[in-house]
Ligand binder design. Structure first.
Ligand code: NAD
Ligand code: UGA
Length: 458
């Protein structure tokens, strides 16, 4: 058993909260504290209603909270009392100044570095958990080691690869843990200290180490590769619709090649989530900064295809519904950016709602977990929007259903009953290819899957 450790995480978000809950759960001898500047978020972590929905998280937190897992707003004490500090603050796309719309906004990150410097009374290991542009650790080191007072900081990169909706499983059984460090004596020692934490439950062969820049870059590249697969299959879905091919059949045939693999080939309305777009744009910005225009253009096309896929979805709806949506009631099944999360950041549903409102449609938003976030995302949007949790009731009196999130519950609805309550002709636009399209058609719906020929009664 490894020695007891005192661990702090700055940033109690989608990454900080679950990651620290897993460490506390797997390492009962460690004391783990999570701090945040947002008192409401910390209060929620200390309550029965956690600030994020994630399967299995409630139990994980409940078992460790108050024992060796603590949530607090006292950042100063947290920094003073702990020797190992994870930094998991947000790193959104910059919205102002140079690099606006592309570069990572590092203001939260730099503020954290300065707080660590201000409150530290002893040497510490500082771990980049947030996703950051390559070479950020250099800036971190320069800030942290800018005072000659005998306190030293080792900076490590330990990017997080969890996906929302499966965070607990991903943390418990990660494909790999990546730790990047300086290859100095101190850097290697710090690397081993961090590896020891994970070794409490992750097999050693899955804990890989690298130089610090490779580690920072690997995170951006992993997300870019994943998003690129989705844009590739989505681009193919557009071609399938023209060529009367079926994108699911193409994906299966292509994915069975073991060199390609079957995962992440589900055509969709487009990828959402807080990270894919921001991380690719960040990669594009880095490439342009280094003068690598062609490389930047290559990765930027992944985002362009994603935007195109979302706009294509709206145009298909318009075309199918006789070129006008004005005054029509459209029900959205799903608002979260993927199933099993309440997160709506960069959800394609936001784009779809805004575009439908522009076309003067009336939108009924339905989602089992994300309505609270949906209301915030759409606050101030001009037009008629209502929010109805029950998908069957949401569809009542609607001209069309647009399925935007692949929640399992949509597979098990009474579509015959739903059809009866809708305006005719009734349409389904399946942005996830989740439903049994032949069955929907037989019930009477006009069905528009993605990347497959539509099934219509006209
Ligand atoms: P988040 O917005 O949910 O959480 C970040 C938290 O940091 C917020 O609660 C915010 O109040 C807090 N914070 C900001 N500045 C602070 C400061 N100075 N002191 C204390 N707290 C501060 O973000 P997230 O989704 O957890 O993402 C965090 C990082 O992890 C990002 O870099 C992201 O790219 C990366 N990441 C996210 C995911 C994911 O699934 N969401 C997965 C892998 C990596
Ligand atoms: C993604 C990565 O999968 C994680 O490894 C990474 O840690 C994380 O980003 C991050 O850095 O934030 P996440 O965005 O939570 O995780 O969820 P994904 O499962 O990757 O889905 C992203 C989007 O792609 C969703 O909108 C999803 O519906 C869509 N998707 C996914 C498809 O359209 N088709 C697919 O085949 C797979």
């Amino acid at each position: 058993m490894t020695s007891a450790k005192k661990i702090l995480c700055i940033g109690a978000g989608y990454v900080g909260g679950p990651t620290m809950a897993m460490i506390a759960s797997k390492c009962p001898r460690y004391r783990v504290t999570v701090v945040d500047i947002d008192p409401e978020r910390i209060a929620a972590w200390n309550s029965e209603e956690l600030p994020i929905y994630e399967p299995g998280l409630d139990q994980l937190v409940a078992a460790a909270r108050g024992r060796n897992l603590f949530f607090s707003t006292d950042i100063e004490a947290g920094i003073r009392e702990n020797d190992i500090i994870f930094v998991s603050v947000n790193t959104p796309t910059k919205a102002f100044g140079l690099g606006a719309g592309m570069a990572a906004d590092l203001q939260y990150w730099e503020k954290t570095a300065r707080q660590i410097l201000a409150f530290s009374e002893s040497s510490k290991i500082v771990i980049e958990k947030s996703t950051l542009p390559v070479k950020t650790a250099l800036a971190m080191e320069r800030i942290l080691n800018s005072r000659a007072n005998g306190v030293f900081f080792d900076v490590l990169s330990n990017p997080e690869f969890l996906a929302e909706g499966t965070a607990v499983r991903d943390l418990e059984q990660p494909d790999r843990i990546l730790i990047g460090s300086r290859e100095t004596e101190n850097g290697l020692k710090a690397r081993e200290t961090l590896a020891e934490i994970y070794a409490n439950w992750v097999p050693r062969e899955k804990i890989i180490t690298s130089n610090i820049w490779s580690s920072e870059l690997s995170k951006l590249v992993a997300n870019a590769f994943l998003a690129q697969r989705i844009s590739s299959i989505n681009a193919v879905s557009a071609l399938c619709e023209k060529a009367e091919a079926d994108v699911t059949e193409v994906a299966r045939a292509v994915g069975m090649d073991s060199r390609i693999g079957a995962k992440f080939l589900n055509a969709s309305i487009g990828f959402g989530g807080s990270c894919f777009k921001k991380d690719i744009l960040n990669l594009v910005y880095l490439c342009r900064n280094y003068g690598l225009e062609e490389v930047a253009d290559y990765w930027e096309s992944v985002v362009k295809i994603n935007d195109y896929q979302q706009e294509r979805f709206i145009r298909n709806m318009l075309g199918a519904m006789f070129n006008t949506l004005a005054g029509k009631r459209i029900c959205l099944w799903g608002f979260a950016f993927k199933a099993n999360t309440s997160d709506t950041r960069e959800s394609p549903a936001i784009f779809v709602t805004r575009r439908l409102l522009e076309e003067r449609a009336e939108v009924v938003v339905s989602d089992p977990k994300a309505l609270k976030n949906a209301r915030m995302d759409l606050a101030g949007a001009a037009g008629r929007i209502s929010y109805v949790e029950d998908p069957e009731r949401a569809a009542e009196g609607c001209h069309a259903i647009a399925l935007l999130t692949e929640w399992d519950l949509y597979r098990h609805l009474d579509l015959r009953k739903i059809f009866k309550t809708m305006e005719k002709p009734a349409f389904i636009f399946d942005g996830r290819n989740l439903l049994d399209h032949r069955r929907c058609f037989d019930i009477g719906f006009n069905v528009y899957p993605l990347g497959k020929p539509p099934l219509t009664h006209f």
